[in-house]
Structures are given as C-alpha cells and as structure tokens.
Design a protein. Sequence first.
Length: 197
Amino acid sequence: MGGQCVECYLTSNLPSSVEDKPWVWADSFEPPSRFRKRTISDEETIALSRAVLDSRSEPSADGKSLWLLLENDRYEIPLTAEAIDKLALRTGILVGKWLVYRPREEIDSAWLAIARATFNKTLGRGAKVSTSEENKAKRHVICIYTRNFLDLEDVKRVRGLLRDMGFIEPLCYKPDIYTYLDIYSGTTKLSPCRYRE
C-alpha cells in the first residue's frame, strides 16, 4: 500500500464509490511461496499449469469432461470434483475463496469488517470486493481467500469466523481452479461451489 495507513486506504476505497477499477483488495501479506507448490515439476505438469492459469480449456461435447488446450496437444480431465482436486494438487493451484454477496447499501460495512480482519491476519490470506465499476447491478461480491481449498480445517476456520462476524447465510466456497476452468453455474454440470455452509 506504499506506506498508506490501512484505515486511510479502506475509507478512501469504499466499494460503493470506487468507479475506476473493478476490485478493491485487502491482503494479509503472507509470503506467496506458501500458496503454490506443485507436487510434480515435469514438463507436462508445467504445461497443464499454464493452460489452467491462462484459462485454455473447453468442455467436451458430452459435457462429462474438460479439455485443457496445451501448446501442441489436448489433455482430458473428467468433470468431477475428485479429478479437479488431483489436477489442483499436481499443479499447485490450491487457493480458494468464500463468496459473500451484499446489496450496494450494505456492501461498505460488510467490506470494512472483512478487510480489517484480513489486514489483521484473522481471516484468510486476502480478500477482494467488486466495485461500482465491476458491478453495474446493485449487488456486490466479496471473496475471502484461503491458502488451500483441500485444507478443510482452515476452510472451516475461516467460515466459522465469517459466521461469528454476522455472515450467517449459506455461503459458497469456490476453488480458484474452478474459476480458471470456467466452472460457473450453467457452464458445466459440476457445481461451482466445492463447499456450501
């Protein structure tokens, strides 16, 4: 944040009034090396990682799998949580996020609570909120990140803290690899919510 105080940053970047960028971020300033470790570092794994991160995938004709488009080849992944978990472990793409939705009139107070907890290293590794530029509708999303969507203890810890903060409605937890693979409601048969509670 370039020496700017956290409170100054937060109050000058309220999501309901920011119109020149799509997201406002809060970071716990954890070292990035803790978030992304490949279990295998062969050429194919590196190519798979690049294809995922570049969102180079397409669904199969029957909708039961995804094709990752490699430079000179295609790699088929069954469209199941188990297969995508294995791909995530192999490539080290393990970050995920809880999704909190709020109408415009509630977004600033919800964001301030989550951002302060993130900067204080109480919640996950980081958080972001959609702004007025990103969301022309009257609803915003806050993403609260965890390091590893397969670490159920940490995923549930963050959900418990969000519940303690007053976010008691059912929330969706979505792994980033699902976002990279274009797994959204209506785009595939697999639910974009890996966990819901």
